[in-house]
Write a protein that binds this ligand. Structure first.
Ligand code: SF4
Length: 322
């Protein structure tokens, strides 16, 4: 049975994304439906710092954090946003024949800094003729009303998503990750963001040490309760120079194995309502930064294993939330 006919045979409602042949609501499907074609997210660096690194909250940052490893735009060190736009678009055009882009302010905390500087960066990005939208990655405790008002104003002209690094709803895990905020900060930011009709994306880490399967599913059910637009999953991975890498090397932290992680993704997605867009199934870092696990470098294998696991279970995203 092809994956499409297997999905169509499930005794469940048939959301339009089933036509993609995938058992989850992929970002690619969403962009094609919304914009009528393939859209690429273009990583941009507005030069924003983070209160968890600049001494405002802390200096060490999150346990796993190395902004350069997360983001191609910070690794390139291009001096101006215009150069980043031109160079990023040129590379994606060459590699993928890409034509249209979401300007994605990725490294650091992109609502943190003087409002006029943030506004200039957002406006410059969305003014590019090949940019069709804006995605702003930030922390829940850095979403001031003034910057949300600005983003709501820009959303009258273009597609805007605010991507919050949440990772988990469990405060003890947030403490372990050294996030410097608790879940209530996310709920506050979420409510103020949704009140302005802005799309909310959520970054989550699956397989956190000390979290049981029930803990993780509690996060899934809570995400289903909220009107979030999208989720982006990260497996817990260690990059060089971080506290997490030291703890992994010392045997203090065990990172999930490939099949454990695949099962966690599928468990989570079964509880996530089918309206929520899945931006990414796993995270990775360039090989020169990554310490472990190396399996996360093969995203195609993870994607295929997730599809196979859904098929084996006879389920899809939202099977348990309908
Ligand atoms: S909030 Fe983001 S940028 Fe700041 S320390 Fe944590 S992971 Fe790094």
């Amino acid at each position: 049975m092809s994956s499409r006919s297997w999905l169509s045979a499930l005794p469940l409602p048939h959301p339009s994304w089933l036509s993609s042949g995938l058992p989850y609501h992929s970002l690619n499907f969403f962009y094609r439906s919304k914009f009528g074609g393939k859209i690429w997210k273009l990583s941009l660096d507005a030069g924003c710092s983070c209160p968890n690194r600049d001494g405002t909250l802390a200096t060490l940052g999150c346990l796993f954090c190395d902004p350069e490893s997360f983001s191609p735009s910070r690794r390139l060190h291009l001096p101006s946003l215009r150069q980043q736009l031109d160079e990023g678009i040129r590379r994606l055009e060459q590699r993928h024949a890409a034509e249209r882009f979401i300007a994605y302010f990725q490294p650091g905390t992109n609502t943190y800094g003087p409002l006029d500087r943030l506004e200039a960066a957002y406006r410059e990005a969305i003014a590019h003729p090949q940019v069709v939208g804006l995605a702003v990655g930030t922390r829940p405790d850095c979403a001031d009303d003034a910057v949300l008002d600005l983003l709501a104003h820009l959303a009258q002209k273009t597609w805007v998503t605010v991507e919050y690094g949440l990772q988990t709803i469990h405060d003890r895990s947030l403490d372990w990750l050294r996030r410097g905020h608790h879940y209530d900060a996310f709920l506050d930011a979420y409510e103020r963001t949704r009140r302005r009709n802005l799309n909310v994306g959520v970054h989550l880490i699956l397989g956190l040490p000390g979290e049981s399967r029930d803990d993780m599913l509690a996060t899934a059910r809570e995400m289903g309760r909220l009107a979030i637009h999208s989720v982006k999953f990260h497996n817990l991975y260690a990059v060089r120079g971080t506290t997490l890498a030291e703890q992994v090397a010392a045997g203090l932290v065990r990172l999930p194995e490939f099949w454990e992680y695949v099962a966690e993704v599928v468990d989570f997605l079964e509880w996530l309502p089918d309206r929520v867009v899945v931006e990414r199934l796993s995270g990775d870092a360039p090989p020169e930064y990554l310490v472990a696990p190396t399996w996360c470098l093969d995203k195609a294998a993870i994607r295929q294993a997730v599809v196979t696991e859904f098929q084996r279970r006879g389920t899809r995203q939202g099977s348990r939330s309908v």
